[in-house]
Design a protein around this ligand. Structure first.
Ligand code: ADP
Length: 336
């Protein structure tokens, strides 16, 4: 397991004033046990904590009928800047416009005096990242199953002019039947004019495409999601991402960029130089290797379309299971 360790801070000069603590993030107060909107029409009871992201905390809640949901909570105190508000409104506008069996369903959005709340379909089985940690890697039939669902969701988003821009295993949730649900539209963008290209991304997408890093003049578009799909496929069958370096972990990225510019740039350099390899100690089919190499093409216009991807021999000449048993959370299923 390659784990990042934070860089040691430079030695302090004697007598220098103490540095402000870098990680002194204060935890906001918990939302109320009974969450209601201002009108009292909506009412949910908070029953558990699910996780925490960049600017939101996610709780499990129950509605008045007893149905379980996820509730994403953003404190109003974190929405003081215009930029923060614009980002949240964009996420809500985009996410609530999408309805697809493989996209986390967005239900309601409301506020009280302290927080903004979004209720979402509950994904009780964690993400593909959690599952990969337990399993270490997936079989190729499992990879086909998950990828077909992901590509279906992605095709739907693209036909609705939405680029997700942060497709990664941690944002691919699983429902109780092991179906993929794409979540977290915090970096998503809407393409409002045909041919429009995006020039900036606020945030740090995990599986970042080369044109985002190296072609800021031309911008990027839907093909960044195709790139991420290639990174995801590689990660599922190999067990680690193709461009990962030992010491880069999202939370330390900023610090590293500042202190060890060259090391933080190592994974970007590998992306630029299209430098990745397949392990040789076990069999990874030539079909999947060929497909991955086609997708991870540095020039975005040369990447295959989503249709071309599902028409590739990896999908058409190997078994695609009709479902994945829940036992697959911990051990490889036998599809034989
Ligand atoms: P990010 O970590 O990318 O900021 P979110 O803020 O959307 O992601 O979510 C934070 C965490 O909350 C996730 O990593 C996950 O553990 C949990 N979570 C988010 N959405 C759901 C959901 N619909 N069902 C179950 N758990 C969820």
């Amino acid at each position: 397991q390659q784990e990042a360790t934070p860089p040691k801070p430079p030695p302090k000069a004697p007598g220098s004033p103490p540095l402000p603590r870098q990680n002194s993030k204060t935890t906001p107060p918990s939302p109320p046990k009974i969450i209601t909107d201002k009108s009292g029409r909506l009412q949910f009871s908070r029953v558990g904590f699910l996780g925490e992201g960049g600017f939101a905390r996610v709780y499990e809640v129950q509605d008045v009928r007893g149905a379980r949901l996820a509730c994403k909570v953003v404190t109003k105190s974190s929405l003081k800047t215009k930029k923060a508000k614009t980002k949240l409104y964009a996420e809500i506008k985009i996410h609530r416009s999408l309805q697809h069996p493989n996209i986390v369903n967005f239900q309601e959005c409301f506020e009280d005096s302290d927080n903004v709340y979004m209720t979402l379909e509950l994904c009780p089985s964690g993400s593909l990242m959690d599952m990969l940690r337990r399993r270490r890697r997936f079989t190729e039939p499992e990879a086909r199953f998950f990828m077909v669902q992901l590509i279906g969701a992605c095709h739907y988003m693209h036909t609705h002019q939405v680029i997700h821009r942060d497709l990664k295993l941690g944002n691919l949730f699983l429902d109780a039947n092991m179906n993929v649900k794409v979540g977290d539209f915090g970096l998503a963008a809407l393409i409002e004019n045909p041919g429009e290209r995006k020039k900036t991304i606020c945030g740090t997408p995990n599986y970042i495409a080369p044109e985002v890093l190296f072609d800021t003049a031309n911008g990027h578009s839907f093909e960044v999601d195709t790139w991420s799909i290639g990174v995801i496929l590689y990660t599922l069958v190999v067990g680690r991402p193709p461009f990962q370096t030992k010491d880069v972990k999202a939370i330390y990225k900023q610090v590293l960029l500042y202190l060890y510019l060259d090391r933080a740039n190592e994974s970007s350099r590998r992306i630029r130089d299209n430098e990745y390899e397949f392990p040789t100690e076990r069999v990874i089919s030539s079909a999947v290797q060929h497909l991955i190499s086609q997708i991870l093409t540095p020039v975005p216009s040369q990447r295959p379309t989503l249709h071309e991807i599902v028409d590739h021999a990896f999908f058409t000449q190997g078994p695609v299971p009709s479902y994945i048993p829940t036992s697959a959370h911990d051990a490889a299923p036998d599809f034989g």
